[in-house]
Design a protein around this ligand. Structure first.
Ligand code: SF4
Length: 397
C-alpha cells in the first residue's frame, strides 16, 4: 500500500505523517474542569492504546485545569500528548492562560468558529500563540460549523454562474477552500509547514471520501481522518470503517479518530479499539493477536467453541499489557478457534496456533495446530485450559 507523501509533524513526541505509522487518537467527553474525572478518562484511553488524546478547552475553568491534568497524568506515569480542542474563544484562553498554552502538545482550531467579523484576527492570535510556544496546530474544518461568511460569499458567486452548482457542491468546495485558506494564512503568519495538520470532517461516508481525496491532492500536510458525528453502535462503527478504509487504502490519512456516540456511562475506549481494529484488519498496523473464529452453523451442536473463542480473545486482551512489554512482535500473531472439521483444520493451519472443536461429534476431540502442523489432539474436560497454556508457551517461544 503506497502512502501519500506528507510532512512529518511532531506532536509532543509522537510523529504524525512522513514515514510514521498511522497514529490512533481519541477525545475525552468529561468536563475538563473536573480534573480527577478527566485524568481518569485520559488514563483509560491511553491504556487502551490511544497515542494522542484531545480534551475540550472551552472556558476559563477548563484552561485553568490543564496544568493540573497534565501533572496528574505525569504522576501516574501517563505520558500521552494532550491536545486542546478550541472553538470561539481559543484566542482568549491561549493568551490569558500561558501555562495551558505551554503544556498542551497541540491546539485544534476550527476556522469556522474563530469568530465572525474578527475571525481572521482571532485565528492569527491562535497561530501566534502556537509559534510562541512552538506547538503544532490542527486546522479542523467541520461540515457542521463551516465558516458562514465564506460560505455566503461562495453561494453568492455560485448564483451568478450560468450553471450554478448544487448547494452541497458549494459547501464541499467551501470546506476545502476554508482549510486551504487557513493553512495559507497560518504559514503567512509564520507557522512552519511542519507544525500543521489538517482535517475536513463530514458525517456522510461518500462526502468524507470525496473531501479527503481532493484535499490529499492539494497539500502535503498530514491529514487527520474521521467521520464526524458517526453515531451510535453498529452504525457508527460501520460508517467510520467504510469511510476510513477507502481512504487508508488510497494511502490517505496520517492519524485517525473514530467518533462514536457512547451510551450514557458507556465505555469511551471503544473508539480506540475500533481505530486499532480498522488498521489491523487492513494490514496497516498490528496491535493485538487476532483470533479467527468461524460463525458456527447447523453443524455446531454446542456453543463450546464460541465460548472458547471468547475466552481466548479475553485472555489475550488481559495479557497484552504484559506480553507487549516482554515479547515484542506478539501483536503479529494469529490464533484460530474453529467449530468443526470443514474449515477448522485449514484455518487453524493458517494461524500460528489454532484449535478446531468438532461441533457435531459427541466425543470432544480437538486437534491443535502449531505453525501449520498438527501438534496434538486435546480431549476431556480441560480443553480450554490446556489450549490457553499452549498459547502461553507459544508466546514465550
Ligand atoms: Fe460451520 Fe464448521 Fe464452517 Fe464453523 S467451520 S461455520 S462449524 S462448517
Amino acid at each position: 500500500m503506497i502512502r501519500r507523501k506528507s510532512i512529518p509533524v511532531d506532536v509532543g513526541g509522537v510523529r504524525v505523517g512522513g514515514e510514521a505509522p498511522v497514529v490512533v487518537q481519541s477525545m475525552t467527553n468529561t468536563d475538563t474542569a473536573d480534573i480527577p474525572e478527566t485524568i481518569e478518562q485520559v488514563h483509560r484511553l491511553a491504556a487502551a492504546g490511544s497515542e494522542l488524546v484531545r480534551i475540550t478547552v472551552n472556558n476559563k475553568e477548563a484552561a485553568k485545569a490543564v496544568p493540573a491534568i497534565i501533572e496528574g497524568l505525569d504522576s501516574r506515569g501517563v505520558n500521552v500528548p494532550i491536545i486542546g480542542d478550541f472553538h470561539y474563544n481559543g484566542h482568549v484562553l491561549l493568551t490569558e492562560y500561558p501555562e495551558c498554552a505551554r503544556l498542551l502538545a497541540k491546539y485544534r482550531i476550527n476556522p469556522g468558529n474563530t469568530g465572525t467579523r474578527s475571525r481572521d484576527k482571532n485565528f492569527v492570535t491562535i497561530i501566534e500563540q502556537a509559534i510562541k510556544w512552538d506547538k503544532p496546530v490542527r486546522i479542523g474544518v467541520n461540515w457542521g460549523s463551516l465558516d458562514q461568511q465564506l460560505l455566503a460569499e461562495r453561494m453568492d458567486c455560485n448564483n451568478e454562474l450560468p450553471e450554478p452548482k448544487s448547494a452541497k457542491e458549494v459547501m464541499m468546495d467551501t470546506m476545502i477552500e476554508s482549510a486551504m485558506r487557513s493553512t495559507a494564512l497560518a504559514e503567512e503568519v509564520g507557522l512552519p509547514s511542519d507544525k500543521i495538520i489538517v482535517s475536513c470532517k463530514l458525517s456522510g461516508v461518500q462526502d468524507l471520501i470525496e473531501a479527503y481525496s481532493r484535499l490529499s491532492g492539494l497539500c502535503e500536510y498530514p491529514l487527520h481522518l474521521g467521520l464526524t458525528e458517526a453515531g451510535m453502535g453498529n452504525k457508527g462503527v460501520v460508517a467510520s470503517t467504510a469511510a476510513l478504509s477507502v481512504l487508508l487504502q488510497k494511502g490517505i490519512g496520517e492519524t485517525i479518530r473514530v467518533s462514536l456516540t457512547p451510551m450514557p456511562n458507556g465505555d469511551r475506549t471503544e473508539e480506540v479499539r475500533v481505530c486499532q481494529q480498522i488498521l489491523q484488519s487492513m494490514g496497516i498496523r498490528n496491535f493485538i493477536p487476532q483470533v479467527a473464529a468461524c460463525p458456527g452453523c447447523g453443524r455446531t451442536k454446542s456453543t463450546y467453541f464460541q465460548e472458547l473463542a471468547d475466552e481466548i480473545h479475553n485472555y489475550i486482551v488481559e495479557m497484552m499489557p504484559i506480553w507487549r512489554e516482554v515479547y515484542p512482535g506478539v501483536e503479529d500473531m494469529n490464533v484460530a478457534v474453529m467449530g468443526c472439521v470443514v474449515n477448522g483444520p485449514g484455518e487453524s493451519k493458517h494461524a500460528n496456533i489454532g484449535i478446531s472443536l468438532p461441533g457435531t461429534f459427541e466425543e470432544p476431540k480437538a486437534p491443535v495446530y502449531i505453525d501449520g502442523e498438527h501438534h496434538s489432539t486435546l480431549t476431556g474436560d480441560h480443553i480450554g485450559e490446556t489450549f490457553r497454556k499452549m498459547l502461553d508457551d507459544y508466546v514465550v517461544k
